[in-house]
Design a protein around this ligand. Structure first.
Ligand SMILES: [Zn+2]
Length: 261
């Protein structure tokens, strides 16, 4: 009976997922009904969006205000050379349509401000933060805490990458602001757009963000909630540190108190 959830083409397209005991038809069906919000379709958002589309996520919403430039092409693999001058979200939608025409892609050519995120985060099953500035990261985090939507946060600069998952549905989970408090914003924000970045590093972190999203949706394995993984891609060394909720966090502390968490 469960076979009838997927049609014949889907059973073939996703057969290598279905063959995995941990996924199977049931989780693949969840993927097809899932909505993932990807904020930022640059270096991290490119591989994340491509793997999620290939894996059969039903709806992807892409948010980005930028247009494709020549300097992006070294690492932003969602965007081919002939997309220079197009908006990144339209370029991304075209690439994803080639990869998997079944996927519904919402292309939002806009800055990720609070109004926009309130609307789209509340509609998503999970959010991927693939941006490159701390102010936007905090706006995304606040919306995810408020709407209790899991957030997979990735970052990459030079040869350094990091990733963690924050799940506001879990009372034990920290939020992004527990680890990176809003009153201690980092000072290298401007540098993110002007400093170098090792091309495959964003592929590694972005693909991990896609893997996290799939495992959170499928509810399999052990997510990165409570763990921050940091990669030094120059020596290919991973370091994992335990991270916990901060009771005095200005974001999740007060919101969860109101929510009787
Ligand atoms: Zn917090």
């Amino acid at each position: 009976m469960i076979n009838s959830i997927l049609n014949d083409d889907q059973l073939l397209r996703y057969s290598r997922h279905i063959l995995l005991d941990e996924i199977g038809i049931e989780a693949q069906h969840r993927f097809l009904n899932a909505h993932v919000l990807i904020v930022g379709v640059g270096g991290l958002g490119s591989p994340a969006a491509m793997y999620l589309a290939a894996a059969g996520i039903g709806t992807l919403t892409l948010v980005d205000a930028d247009t494709v430039e020549l300097t992006n092409l070294q690492r932003q693999i969602l965007h081919p050379s002939d997309s220079i001058g197009q908006t990144k979200v339209e370029s991304g939608r075209a690439t994803l349509a080639h990869l998997n025409p079944e996927v519904c892609v919402n292309a939002i050519n806009s800055h990720a401000d609070d109004t926009l995120l309130q609307k789209w985060v509340s509609r998503a099953h999970i959010v991927l933060d693939c941006t490159d500035n701390y102010i936007t990261r905090h706006i995304i985090n606040r919306a995810c805490v408020q709407h209790r939507v899991p957030l997979v946060s990735g970052a990459a600069l030079r040869f350094d990458g990091q990733i963690s998952t924050f799940d506001a549905r879990d009372p034990a989970s920290p939020c992004y602001a527990c680890i990176f408090p809003t009153d201690r914003l980092f000072f290298n924000e401007v540098a993110c757009s002007t400093m170098g970045i090792f091309s495959p590093l964003v592929g590694i972190i972005g693909a991990m963000q896609a893997a996290e999203a799939l495992r959170v949706i499928a509810e399999v394995g052990c997510t990165l909630v409570g763990r921050l993984m940091m990669l030094d891609a120059m020596i290919m060394h991973w370091q994992t540190i335990r991270i916990g909720r901060q009771a005095d966090c200005l974001v999740c502390g007060s919101m969860r108190l109101v929510s009787h968490f």
